[in-house]
Design a protein around this ligand. Structure first.
Ligand SMILES: [Zn+2]
Length: 224
């Protein structure tokens, strides 16, 4: 528990520092004066993607998908399906390396490679050039921001997201509901192991609409 508290504290401090340093590059939430929120899906295309797309289509909602290069390569059809459904295509790097624990001396070069290889395969398969990147595990140190800036990316983290193994779909749903506020960027996943989201996504969207929230892509939320 103490570890979690320390992590959350350090994370918040780094978020604040980075916001001060590069407010125009990094965002974890949108403007607080409008009733808009964004839903984002990480790590796909995965085995829950198709069902996520079905729900979003049924509810007439556009979201932002942070795709992994390696999965785009192995599921090109699904990657194209996300793009052709009109959702925003974003970069989650190529292979989901955790740069918080990466010890290689080639860290900077590796990060650059991960960013660009993700971007290149996404562009090749979906014919869309991603504007946004979310580094795996929300990696946010200044080297990541610099790398993203060098290649014209905005770095996007999230306002709220949860998906722990022991948590039920009802508990998840409840936490998402409690985190609703103007400008929120919600983190979700579309892999098989994260498929609990399918059990409440439709209801959550209905609740947001009932509260008069407009659900938009991250770029729209942030007017990028
Ligand atoms: Zn991820």
């Amino acid at each position: 528990m103490r570890k979690i508290i320390v992590f959350v504290f350090l994370f918040s401090v780094s978020v604040c520092l980075i916001r001060l340093a590069s407010a125009e590059i990094f965002y974890s939430y949108g403007p607080g004066n409008v009733k808009k929120v964004a839903l984002t899906f990480d790590d796909g295309p995965g085995s829950a993607t198709e069902k996520v797309l079905d729900i979003l289509k049924e509810k007439n909602v556009k979201s932002t998908f942070f795709l992994l290069g390696v999965r785009v390569k192995s599921s090109p059809r699904m990657a194209r399906a996300i793009a052709s459904a009109g959702h925003e295509i974003a970069n989650h790097t190529y292979g989901h390396v955790n740069f918080y624990s990466y010890k290689g001396k080639d860290k900077a070069a590796k990060m650059e490679r991960e960013l660009l290889e993700g971007k290149n395969i996404i562009k090749k398969i979906t014919n869309t050039e991603p504007l946004l990147v979310r580094f795996p595990y929300g990696y946010l140190k200044s080297d990541a921001i610099k790398t993203a800036e060098k290649y014209g990316f905005y770095v996007i983290n999230w306002t709220f997201g949860c998906d722990w193994e022991k948590m039920t779909a009802e508990e998840m749903h409840d936490r998402y509901r409690k985190a609703v506020k103007n400008g929120a960027i919600f983190l979700m996943h579309d892999l098989d192991k994260n498929s609990k989201v399918l059990l409440f996504l439709g209801d959550f969207i209905d609740e947001l609409k009932k509260l008069n929230y407009k659900i938009v892509t991250v770029s729209e939320l942030l007017s990028l």
